[in-house]
Design a protein around this ligand. Sequence first.
Ligand SMILES: [Zn+2]
Length: 347
Amino acid sequence: MAVESSPIQSGPSIESIASVQPSLSQRLSPSRGFLRGLFRSRQSLRILCYHGVVADELEGASWVPDYFVTQSQFREQMQLVQSFAKTVRLNDVFGKKGTGNRKSKPTIAITFDDVPACTFAYARPVLNELGIPATFYVSTGLVTARRIPAAEIVGLLRAYPKMRENASSPALDEMCEQPNVHKSLSIETLQRILSRVDGQVLTNAPQEAVHALKPLSWLQLRTLVDEGHEIGGHTVDHAILSKQTKNTRIRQVTKCFEDIREHLQIEPVGFAYPNGGPTDFDSDDADVLGASGFKYAVTTQAGFCTNSSPTFALPRVSIGIGHTRMRFMLELSGILDKRRRRQHGWI
Ligand SMILES: [Zn+2]
């Protein structure tokens, strides 16, 4: 995302009600047995979407996006998942000819978009320690250039407004002051506006932020492959496909596939649409993905993945800093799906 749809929006929270009435909290929080039964009854797969995983001491730092989680939070969530469900790599589910079998046991897939360096440092040890396979969707041009995604640059400029004092422009100011402007631009326009401040940010932002937000290197991605994780595509430049010209959106998919094949010597199977909302891609993009060699694609539409889910628009649930243990369990149960779909424009 960099910024896929914000995982949690403020508003009357279930926690705030529960904090006043502990007994209600217990009633609202699904038990592991309930979760196990729910997944079995639906014969379904749930795909979780993470972005950055940061050191615990960075919780509350102004530059940490709300779609990141801390390492302790991530560890607790993975232990909970492991306590009632089987975890799978999506390329094992969707990558084989004639399959598409998305269920049978309570099944959860762990995925990461963008994959900043902090995720390698703080999520990878937890995954490997618990033996959980995961999928990492990368924007290949950003990996090659080790360039921080635009959404995170904008986030840093918002957290440290002095960094743009000498490079201010109406377009940059608008982008920094209105949350979703950067998601509405073509990748060329976005890069042109940000090119005036990229250097400032890399030099003057807290270096712990710069190091955490830089994408992984190809070498680090190779390490993840060797450890049994899946690497998938997320375009070349983190381009929201529907905002690009036809030629650009085709290139963003086809070159992404080729880059992964060239640098990692693997055939990528999965793809995550940047931002992943209902207006961020269409069926033409799905056709290009299929023709390029991808076998499935994930969105940020909250829901269970069943045998009737479209293979190139699979639902996925975004997890962020606001997911307390109870909220995470509610998220797994699907109780919040309808509200989340409404928030993100799916219904
Ligand atoms: Zn992304």
